[in-house]
Design a protein around this ligand. Sequence first.
Ligand SMILES: Cc1cc(Cl)ccc1OCc1nc2ccc(F)cc2n1[C@H](C(=O)NC1CCCCC1)C1CCCCC1
Length: 233
Amino acid sequence: KEKVEITKEQQALVKVVVEAYNRHQIPQDVAKKLLQDQYSAEENFLLLTEMATSQVQVLVEFTKNIPGFLSLDREDQIALLKGSAVEAMFLRSAQVFSKKMPNGHTEVLEERIRKSGISEEFMTPMFNFYKSIGELHMVEEEQALLTTITILTPDRPYVKDQQAVERLQETILDVLRKMCVLQHPQDPQYFARLLGRLTELRTLSHYHAEMLTSWRVNDHKFTPLLCEIWDVQ
Ligand SMILES: Cc1cc(Cl)ccc1OCc1nc2ccc(F)cc2n1[C@H](C(=O)NC1CCCCC1)C1CCCCC1
């Protein structure tokens, strides 16, 4: 039985990433807001664009703390951000949805999201993903590292030096694998299941443009930043 141990520098890397991840949290208020009131499709669409816009800004700040990210080619940094922003948004949404809430709150939140204006056909894949993330009961280190792995995906469009991104991603994968073994000794498949969610996440993210344009509102207004990130307008 191989003895798995996290090295000093791996511990330091995790500390930097988790602190940055927690510092750059989207204010949890989106769930609170949705629980407080039922909003119209227009108000919900506006809420999403506001949350998404601030989430992208949060993501840019977060990447500055990923060891090695700022040493990548500048255009590759942009390509990685553009390529991962939607997935990071759905991953963040899943984590917000899976947070432990008082009895009945998750059901209300789900109801509000179902009635938010997103068209029906996307509800099943979206909530299947949220529930599959929830079932993992990820600790915050796993959440932060999984988001980092999503950002450091080498085969995003327009990435020139894929090897450089691969090297960074492998560093994170290695420490996440060890953490999963240490955190979930009873479940040797846990790390594989965690990575399997990234495949589900990529599939869900393929729908994002359609989810937005099919939102039941007359006029779909996007901020310039979101036009960059979402393949819309
Ligand atoms: C991320 C995303 C992309 C597309 Cl295309 C469509 C939809 C979507 O999020 C659905 C979604 N799943 C959620 C689960 C829990 C939650 F509290 C809010 C959630 N949201 C939306 C949201 O505010 N997400 C933000 C969360 C923080 C990070 C940036 C994104 C709200 C917007 C208001 C109408 C009800 C859905």
